[in-house]
Write a protein that binds this ligand. Sequence first.
Ligand code: MG
Length: 309
Amino acid sequence: MKTDLVQIFEVGPRDGLQNESHLFTLKEKIWFISSLIQAGVRNIEIGAFVRPDRVPQMADTDQLCHYFFSAPKRLGLAQAWCLVPNKSGLQRALEVGVTHFAVFTAATETFAKKNIGMTIQQSLKEFQEILRAARVVLGSKLKVRGYVSTAFGCPFEGKVAPKKVLSVIEKLAALGVDQISIGDTIGVAHPASVQALIQPALKMLDRGQIAVHFHDTRGTALANTLRSIDLGIRTIDSSAGGLGGCPYAPGAAGNLATEDLLFMLNGMGMRTGIDLDDFCKVTLKLFRKIKRPLTSRYLQTYVAQFGLE
Ligand code: MG
């Protein structure tokens, strides 16, 4: 990977929309995802095979996947990823042709239990079974991304020591996961804690195997991203418009906004393949349905300058 190339992993349609109260229709989601891809997005998380009664926003993931995977030209050059949290999700994912899986665990036991109903060890065991079964069907077409949430702080256990996170990263890597996304779920990381975790992680894994997922709850997401880039990380998770609140900090900003990230990277001369202006137009159209202020600073100034059209 050339050093000035940054891979943006767009999580808006899944991690973002999942935490928004306005329910989007299948047609709206197809438009949203297709438009982001047209703006240049190459890796995008589009859905989750979770229980529809628990997460209504993801209830149409099967249809959404069917739409995109039944006619691959609809995805163009993009890779579409889906969260497959357990064995019941696996069958659904395989039926609609998903090849790029995301699995989700945590660095702290309390968060894992409350969020996915399993201990960390149980979740790893579950992933091992999911991946084994998926590999039988998909072979080398299978790509897997593992999320480690609460990597810097936990709403229940407080500060999290890097060695706890590194041990989960090591176990996920041993399962053959292609990329591990290190998540600051409650937005408490800062550049020093980022360095304390990313530096030893880079001794264990290649930099292409590590992604970072920052939340802007306390305004440090871009600073943390910059420190990660300086350390060698080249895959950054972000969400269109900053979609997705932080469920543990009501009203606070959630995911790092893709527009803010793009503005910074463009200014630094780093390449992402995404057109910032096209991207903003898509997000602004989507936000007409969401009755809350935009958290993306770049979009706020964009609206002030050009209006909502
Ligand atoms: Mg997130």
